[in-house]
Each structure stands twice: as C-alpha cells, then as structure tokens.
Design a protein around this ligand. Structure first.
Ligand code: ZN
Ligand code: ZN
Length: 207
C-alpha cells in the first residue's frame, strides 16, 4: 500500500501513525470485504498496490496463513522525518526435524529516515525510505526484511524429538522400540549393563 505523507512533508502534521495489511496468498485479507472483487487466490498481478512487481516470497515450504500486518508511525523531529514500523505474519511450514506442520509468527522492525525523491544523494539512499510524489511504498522493504527474519530452523515445538532413523516413526508420538531392540542386539557381554541402563531410564521416567 502507498502511504500518503504530503501532510507530513508540508508540516501540517508532526506525527502520522499508520496501520495496514499486505495481502499474502494464504492471507484472509478478503474478510475486510474490500477485495471481494478478486478472483481465486490471486497471484495474478494484483490491484496495483505493489506497482505490479512481485513481492519477495517466503523460504521454501513456508506458507503464510495470514496477511502481513504492518503498524508504525512517521514522526517529524524538526530536522527529518523518521519512520518506525513493526510487521508480522503467521506462517506454516514443515518441521525441520519431524516434517509435521509447524506454525509460527515471524516479525520484524524497520527504522529509517524518510526523504523526498531527489533530496538525498545516491550514497545516502540506503539509509532512507524515499517518497515519490508524496507517497511512500513500504511493501517491498517490509517483505524483504520479514523474509530475513525467519528462524534458521523451523520446529513444530522447541523440543521436537524428530523421527527414528531406523523405522521413520515420529518420535513425538511415542517410542517405536528401535532403540530398545538395538540395545538387545549388542554383544551379550554388555547386555547386563544395557539392562541396568534401561532400568535406570525407566525409573527416571516414573519420577
Ligand atoms: Zn517436529
Ligand atoms: Zn524406530
């Protein structure tokens, strides 16, 4: 979405809060009712909000289950305009350990100065959001920052046990017995020790 900041630029207002959503393929932006004219899931290049350019996509296997929620404000400090925003979105992805669906929320924060097009030299451009004709389009920057904010490992839960390397069973659903079986197959001279260890483990579980 494009934010109209002409009132800030002209000094009419000093602070401009804003809040909006960036639709995603899994998002339900439709429930706001203003996109009911869109057909299907809509990866056909949208209503022009994004300038027709494709926004960055989430990492492989990750699907957004909500729109990207954006909230922030732009303040006029007297010498410059400063923007702070927070963005987050819900997602679903296969757990890196067990492959079951993992759900989470990814969030990011952006803080940057805002300048009008042509007001900053090329070398300073990185530090600024540039407004074109009084309008600021943040979607691409927000999406890029959000993509960088995904955890390096996505887990269904912090202590996910993963799958058994022998039978492939999801160990979160209980022991498959492969570990116990392997223990029985070890050298008979070690079996007494294995039994002791097993008993100790069992006892530990009861406590
Ligand atoms: Zn898992
Ligand atoms: Zn197993």
């Amino acid at each position: 979405m494009k934010l109209d900041i002409t009132e800030l630029l002209s000094g009419k207002i000093r602070v401009m809060p804003f809040r909006y959503e960036i639709p995603t393929s899994g998002g339900d932006a439709g429930d706001r009712g203003d996109r009911s004219d869109r057909e299907g899931k809509g990866d056909r290049s949208d209503t022009g909000d994004t300038g027709g350019e494709e926004l960055p996509l989430p990492p492989d296997g990750v699907v957004f289950t909500s729109p990207v929620r954006v909230a922030g404000k732009i303040s006029d400090s007297g010498s410059c305009l400063y923007l702070v925003l927070d963005a987050d979105a819900d997602f679903e992805a296969p757990c890196d350990r067990c492959g079951e669906a993992a759900r989470g929320t990814v969030s990011c924060r952006l803080e940057r100065m805002v300048a009008e097009e042509g007001a900053v030299g090329e070398d300073g451009g990185e530090d600024y959001f540039i407004a074109c004709e009084g309008k600021l389009d943040l979607d691409r920057e927000v999406m890029e920052e959000l993509m960088l904010s995904f955890p390096s490992q996505i887990l269904c839960r912090e202590d996910c046990l993963g799958v058994c390397p022998v039978c492939g069973r999801n160990k979160n659903r209980g022991e498959c017995g492969c570990a116990a079986k392997a223990a029985e197959e070890i050298d008979p001279r070690w079996q007494a020790l294995a039994r002791l260890l097993r008993e100790k483990k069992e006892k530990g579980k009861e406590e």
